[in-house]
Write a new protein. Structure first.
Length: 211
């Protein structure tokens, strides 16, 4: 069973589940060893295909903060069954996430695939390092991260030790498609438009010849 539910189902959450009649159904999610969840092949493939995710932290005053992280597909690396790694690149220099992690290393990550209505939620503990500190990382991953943001935007390296993960219900995920996902279909449409425009020019030319 998932460690995710054991972490997320706090006392108040359980009380609300009881009030609203879902406690018994949720009991099965809470049973099992209190060990961190493991990232398997399915999770690794899903994360490796993403070009962005949402990262949640909590500030010292208790306010939550969510930030989007983006990059080329696969910029988040599955180091092993319990660890994720990615480069932190320079943004608007507010450093809210970085500041929040000074007081609380707990994070929540949402990986979304809108096109296929899929979502993976991850709870973990984050560690930030100097951008060149690849201690304990496989050479392949260190090299891939090192190639990111070679223009000097790369500031830090973040590692996330996974505590729990959960594949969430897809019912209310609205399908959306990126430019890359639509590229093949749009190329066919563009080709067809070009054919029709050429045909239109030819027909107009014939009409002019007929006066």
């Amino acid at each position: 069973m998932s460690r995710y539910a054991q972490v997320a189902f706090t006392g108040n959450v359980r009380r609300v589940q009881e009030e609203r009649g879902s406690a018994r159904a949720m009991d099965r999610l809470r049973d099992g060893p209190a060990q961190p969840d493991r990232l398997g092949p399915r999770e690794a493939e899903f994360i490796g295909a993403r070009d962005g995710f949402y990262l949640g932290t909590v500030g010292e005053d208790g306010w939550p903060y969510i930030q989007h992280r983006g990059g080329p597909a696969g910029f988040v690396h599955v180091v092993d069954e319990g660890t994720l790694a990615f480069a932190e690149v320079r943004g608007n220099r507010q450093y809210i996430t970085a500041g929040n992690l000074r007081g609380d290393d707990r994070v929540s990550l949402f990986f979304m695939d809108y096109a296929h209505q899929a979502r993976l939620k991850v709870l973990g503990r984050a560690e930030t390092r100097n951008a060149e500190d690849y201690t304990g990382l496989p050479q392949r991953i260190a090299e891939e991260i090192g190639r990111l943001a070679t223009d000097g935007l790369r500031e830090r390296l973040m590692l996330v030790r996974v505590e729990g993960l959960a594949w969430n219900c897809a019912k209310h995920i609205t399908p959306r498609f990126s430019q890359a996902e639509l590229a093949d279909s749009l190329e066919k449409v563009a080709d067809r438009i070009a054919e029709l425009e050429a045909e239109n020019r030819e027909l107009r030319g014939r009409l002019r010849e007929r006066g």
